[in-house]
Design a protein around this ligand. Structure first.
Ligand code: FES
Length: 106
């Protein structure tokens, strides 16, 4: 069963902003896109680059290294050179707190 962890408060992540959270093994990015919150792994599937500083175009985040793009809603690749999707994690908002699904350890 998934475990959710509180990573921040809604008021600290206005639309267009993001926050990073480090789990034991993985770092994730929580993004506020137009008032909706999404959570993705901070790891590009092309060559392992971080996505943290990637530009956001609507719901697409662009990897700063070689320009691959991913849909933050699904993790789907929307532009090469990446070919594999990135992990996404569920987000819950409760009483102004942001909770994200903890990545599973393999
Ligand atoms: S590491 Fe992200 S596009 Fe190459």
């Amino acid at each position: 069963m998934s475990r959710f962890v509180q990573v921040g408060r809604v008021e600290d992540v206005p639309p267009g902003a993001r926050l990073h959270h480090e789990f034991e093994e993985d770092t994730v990015i929580v993004l506020n896109v137009g008032g909706e919150f999404y959570c993705i792994a901070d790891l590009c599937t092309h060559d392992g680059g971080p996505l943290a500083d990637g530009e956001l175009h609507d719901h697409q985040i662009e990897c700063p290294r070689h320009g691959a793009c991913f849909d933050v809603r699904t993790g789907r690749v929307t532009r090469l050179p990446a070919t594999e999707p990135i992990p996404t994690y569920r987000v819950r908002i409760e009483d102004g707190a942001i909770w994200v699904e903890e990545p599973e350890l393999w």
